[in-house]
Structure formats: C-alpha cells, structure tokens
Design a protein around this ligand. Structure first.
Ligand SMILES: C[S@@+](CC[C@H](N)C(=O)[O-])C[C@H]1O[C@@H](n2cnc3c(N)ncnc32)[C@H](O)[C@@H]1O
Length: 235
C-alpha cells in the first residue's frame, strides 16, 4: 500500500537529527521468556477501566459501528501524519488513531482537510486493548509505529511486549504492524508474539520510499536502520 507523507506535510515536520537508540542491553532481554510466561494467562491482567474511559470508548465504538466500515487502529499516533495517510489511502475503512498526549493530538487535529473516516482518540493504550478484547472489537489491522523503546535494561516491563497487556494486544487483532528503529525491540516483540501466538514471526529490515509518520521521517533523515514486524492472521 503506498502511504506517503505529502510535501506539505513533510515541510511541517521538524528537521531535527535524532540519536540512535543507546542501550545497556546487547540482545534480547534475559528475563523476557520468564515474564512472558507469567503473562500468558489472560485472566491475570484485570485492571479496571474507569467509568469515564468506558464512556469515551463506548462512544468511539458506536461511531465505528455506525460507519459500518472495517476498523484500523493507529496505536500511539503522535502528531497524526500516519493516521491521516491511512485515512486518505483507505476511505472505505475507519481509522481510530490513539495517543495519550493531548499536546500531540492537538497538533494532529490541526492537519488541513482531516478525512471524515478518521477519529482521533485520547486514551491509554492498555485500556483500549483491554476494552477492545472485552467488547470483541473487530479490528482489521493495528499499527504500532515507533513506540517508545524504553532501552534501559531495567525498563523492560515498559516495552509493550513485556507489559501484561501483550496477550490482549495480540488478541484484539492478529493483523499487526510494528515499526521501530531499535533492532532489539523488534526482535523482542517478534519473540513475544511468536511465544503467545505459537507461530513464526519474523523481523524485517524496513526502508520505506517515503516515510509514513513523523518519527519515521526523523529516523530516516538521521540515517537510522528501521525494522518491521508484520503479523498477518491465518484464516
Ligand atoms: C515515539 S512516538 C511515535 C509517534 C508516531 N507513531 C510516529 O511514528 O510519529 C510514541 C507515541 O506513543 C504515545 N504513547 C506512549 N505510551 C502511550 C500510552 N500508554 N497510551 C497512548 N499513547 C501512548 C506517545 O504519547 C507518543 O506520541
């Protein structure tokens, strides 16, 4: 699918050079297997969803159902460039783009000519994945574009694949695309996905012709290697 940042959008992105991810970890974290084993049982993660979050998520669910279009989620959409591109490229889908940062979402909402099939949502991703799992949302695909890497070894549990939400994340949609500029993150995510889904999951090198998101652009401009984990559901 050709998803390209348009020149107007490119010029609005700050042209700053980003440092490569530096970590005190040289390979997959030695505790990932033990932690994944602890998280295997879905029932163990039972965080409550606040009444306010439930109300917002229900209203989003209603909008998606009214649109009668397949749902695609952009999880951690930042300033929204990828969400706008997806919505323009896929007008017969509804794109729900989620971020917890009101500052970034305010920037996202300022894109000119926002597509009608795009919903920006301020929410905490673990709540979304939990709610989506409980309410049986039918998510055609989810994108996780350049999640915060949390590269310090002691921050393993903050990475999505080591968070207790991981089995819910995978259960809400097994069509999933993760992109990152940290090779170890990609390999850990693929390892955990393979562990939970019990099927082979690969890490690919990723070199887009034109970037889809703000961070992808920044990392390409900075000469970083990019990695992709693309999981496709078996029918
Ligand atoms: C590195 S930025 C990438 C943004 C965008 N995907 C891109 O590629 O330009 C990571 C984004 O994830 C968001 N984020 C991190 N943790 C989150 C959470 N628990 N719930 C929702 N958004 C979160 C941050 O606010 C930030 O905008």
């Amino acid at each position: 699918m050709g998803l390209f940042l348009k020149p107007r959008m490119l010029s609005s992105v700050e042209n700053n050079i980003s440092k490569r991810v530096f970590s005190n970890q040289q390979s997959i974290h030695p505790n990932l297997a033990r932690i994944s084993d602890r998280h295997k049982d879905l029932i163990k993660y039972q965080n409550p969803i606040s009444a306010e979050s439930a109300r917002i998520l229900k209203s989003t669910q209603d909008r998606v159902e009214q649109s009668a279009k397949p749902l695609i989620m952009d999880c951690g959409c930042g300033t929204g460039e990828s969400a706008v591109q997806l919505a323009r490229a896929l007008p017969d889908h509804t794109i729900v783009a989620i971020d917890k940062s009101i500052h970034r979402l305010n920037k996202a909402r300022k894109h000119l000519l926002l597509p009608e099939n795009l919903i920006f949502l301020r929410a905490d991703l673990p709540e979304i994945w939990l709610y989506a799992y409980r309410q049986k949302w039918n998510i055609k695909k989810q994108y996780l574009l350049y999640p915060n890497p949390w590269p310090k070894q002691e921050h393993l549990m903050r990475r999505w694949h080591a968070h207790p939400i991981m089995p819910y994340l995978l259960s809400s949609s097994q069509n999933l695309e993760l992109r990152t500029n940290w090779k170890i993150y990609a390999h850990e995510f693929a390892w955990a996905a393979q562990y939970f889904l019990n099927k082979e999951v690969e890490v690919q090198s990723w070199l887009p012709e034109t970037p889809i998101s703000n961070f992808e652009l920044k990392y390409l401009q900075s000469g970083h290697e990019l990695y992709r984990v693309h999981i496709v559901q078996n029918d």
